[in-house]
Design a protein around this ligand. Structure first.
Ligand SMILES: Nc1nc2c(ncn2[C@@H]2O[C@H](COP(=O)(O)OP(=O)(O)OP(=O)(O)O)[C@@H](O)[C@H]2O)c(=O)[nH]1
Length: 636
């Protein structure tokens, strides 16, 4: 796989893993919150069951007690009206009761808070618990339709409970009353339903009271039938086994609910509370939606940012790669096409690579140079010290620049402006040296030519007046140093104007060239001949012992100048007049004075008939005169 593609796959795999991880974590947290909410639902359900059971038990207990007390006060049949009056009094402060009655051992109502009930027979055989009538136990019958016994009917007899008022019959034996009379209480389930409904509104759940055999006595949900056994044996078994409990079921409300039950501590009934699971989870659902919403927004933003960041990084990376590629191409292009010669070596000097320009500059092929040391190019013009200094600077500063003379493969020497740079790696360790050679041989030659033009006469190639001044000063100091005599000969062509006039300026030039080279040949190697300008030349005769020493040279000069010259098929002849001054002199004299003196002497020669020389008569210094005399003396 390509690195870019692999990176992309890795990035998106990591992003997906991150998103999945965050979602899993969020789901886990939501699941924990949900479990907590359900546990809370159970807790609330259990608390309600307990509260309902407690209030119902207390209410029943108080009612039973009050009624029993009322009856006990009037245990005789003769006092039944008074008992009824007592019942009515009790009923006024007990909305939970519909009626209070006394029934004899056959189940016939003998006294009641409602006169209409008297005489009505009530079958208590199926009351729960199913104990003998006389046993001191509160027994609960199946719900009745109607407001009271007089107009109602037990649901056990198959009557429908839908939409009719009901009562719950409860019997309580009165052992202290003669004849096995029992108290018959008609409980008002509506009162309890109202009370319960106030705490547990129908949209949230429902509460119901079951007889311990599982028969429903009432339910806060009006849709639910009473007098039936709504749950199977399982619930009855559970209720029978424990005083309280909780479980999830969907039988109570027709949908999943958190159900809790509590058995009365005194009486044979249990309160069962159902909380709708969706109601319990409503808050959790809202929170979950919020959490998920925020999480999704955060995740989306994070993903968008990550993707944007990744794309930007990829773009930068691609740009960097492209730039590196272009740089490489450029470098390769520059390396190949640049006019400067490039040489790359290892740190030990071994050549790694050279470009085409370098091969052209040196005459060696690339293969001939690879692995070699650049010293094969040494011209020998620069000494060991030069190379040592170069390496010292290169090692110290990492670069060196200067002129270097190298030798071409064909033996020719060339000069190049050399730039060497050390190339370090990422740790700063020098890995290579790159040397760039710019051939400046032509420039150098041109420069030399300019310099020569400034110091030499273009026509005769003799030193000009500028160089003459230099040479004269050097010769003067040398004469002083070596205690020798210097002769300054001022030479002027005779009748040169006529040649120009007669044969033309070019012929005149040829004459000047020819005469100057003849004069040059007549001089010794250490002597100088310079063109002073026009048809004037100056010769410097070095290492003379005396003025007379110059005379042989002067004669040679006269001879050389008078040689016939062939110019344009014409044989021309010229002569020269010369004046000579000497140095040192008795009085200190300058270069200009020496020239002037020689010029004066030359003038003398001219006026004396030309083609001759005259020596200046300026006195010599004493010391040199003495040496002169001494030399002459030795000669003789
Ligand atoms: N052809 C040529 N003539 C030059 C050059 N420089 C100067 N001359 C000429 O040389 C001549 C020198 O003049 P003079 O020295 O006065 O003439 P001359 O005929 O030599 O006279 P004398 O010195 O008295 O013998 C002039 O005519 C200049 O024009 C040059 O470079 N080439």
């Amino acid at each position: 796989m390509q690195p870019g593609k692999r990176q992309k796959t890795l990035f998106f795999a990591a992003l997906t893993a991150f998103v999945v991880g965050v979602l899993v974590l969020t789901c886990y947290i939501l699941w924990l919150m949900r479990s907590e909410a359900l546990a809370g639902g159970f807790q609330v359900s259990a608390l309600m069951s307990r509260s309902f059971e407690s209030s119902l038990t207390q209410s029943l207990s108080a009612s039973a007690q009050a009624t029993a007390n009322a009856v006990l006060e009037q245990p005789e049949a003769a006092n039944l009206p008074q008992a009824e009056a007592q019942f009515l009094r009790i009923l006024r402060g007990a909305p939970q009761l519909r009626s209070l009655s006394l029934m004899d051992e056959r189940g016939r109502i003998v006294a009641s808070s409602s006169r209409a009930n008297v005489g009505r027979e009530v079958d208590t055989a199926d009351y729960w618990p199913q104990t003998p009538d006389q046993q001191q136990v509160l027994r609960i019958g199946a719900p009745w339709t109607g407001r009271d016994f007089s107009e109602g009917q037990s649901l056990n007899t198959g009557a429908s409970s839908d939409g009719v008022l009901t009562l719950i019959p409860v019997t309580l034996p009165l052992p202290m009353v003669k004849g096995g009379w029992r108290l018959l209480v008609a409980l008002n389930p509506d009162y309890f339903v109202n009370q319960m409904s106030q705490q547990l509104a129908s949209p949230i759940g429902a509460a119901e009271v079951l007889r311990l055999d599982g028969m429903r006595l009432w339910n806060t949900d009006p849709q639910q039938s009473v007098g039936v056994v709504p749950y199977g044996k399982a619930l009855a078994q559970r209720i029978g086994e424990r005083d309280f409990g909780q479980f999830e079921d969907d039988a109570g409300l027709g949908q999943p609910s958190m159900t809790a039950f509590r058995v009365s501590t005194l009486y044979p009934f249990a309160v069962v509370t159902h909380l709708r699971r969706d109601a319990v989870l409503e808050r959790w659902q809202t929170e979950a939606k919020n959490v998920l919403g925020v999480m999704l927004v955060v995740l989306t933003v994070l993903c968008a940012l990550a993707v944007a960041f990744y794309r930007r990084q990829s773009l930068l990376q691609a740009q960097r790669a492209e730039s590196a590629r272009l740089q490489q191409i450029n470098a390769a292009c520059v390396f190949t096409n640049i006019r400067e010669g490039i040489l790359i070596t290892q740190t030990n000097g071994s050549i790694i690579d050279v470009n085409e320009a370098f091969c052209l500059m040196t005459g060696y092929s690339r293969l001939e140079l690879l692995g070699k040391n650049p010293r094969i190019l040494k011209s020998g013009r620069q000494d060991k010290g030069f190379y040592e200094a170069m390496w010292r600077e290169l090692l110290a500063k990492g670069h060196w620049q200067g002129e270097i003379w190298n030798r071409h493969k064909n033996g020719e020497v060339f000069v190049a402006m050399l730039n060497i740079s050390a190339v370090p790696d990422s740790h700063g360790q020098v890995q290579q040296y790159v040397a760039v050679f710019h051939n400046i041989t032509e420039n150098k030659m041109y420069q030399d030519q300019l310099e020569r033009l400034a110091r030499y006469d273009a026509l005769t190639d003799m030193p000009n007046r500028v160089l003459l001044a230099d040479r004269l000063r050097q010769a003067m100091s040398q004469a002083l140093r070596h205690q020798q005599l210097l002769g300054v000969v001022f030479i002027d062509l005779d009748g040169f104007k006529a040649i120009n006039d007669q044969f033309g300026h070019e012929a005149g030039d040829q004459v000047l060239i020819s005469v100057s080279s003849g004069l040059r040949r007549a001089l010794r190697d250490g002597d100088t001949l310079a063109r002073n300008g026009g048809d004037e030349f100056v010769a410097l005769l070095a290492e003379l012992q005396s003025p007379q020493d110059a005379e042989s040279t002067l004669r040679r000069l006269l001879e050389a100048a008078s040689q016939p010259i062939l110019v344009a098929d014409q044989i021309l002849r010229v002569s020269v007049s010369m004046g000579v001054s000497f140095y040192p002199q008795a009085n200190p004299s300058s270069a200009d004075e020496l020239l002037h003196e020689a010029d004066m002497a030359m003038y003398q020669a001219k006026v004396s008939g030309k083609n001759q020389y005259r020596l200046s008569m300026t006195p010599m210094p004493q010391a040199s005169s003495a040496r002169e005399q001494q030399r002459r003396h030795q000669d003789h």
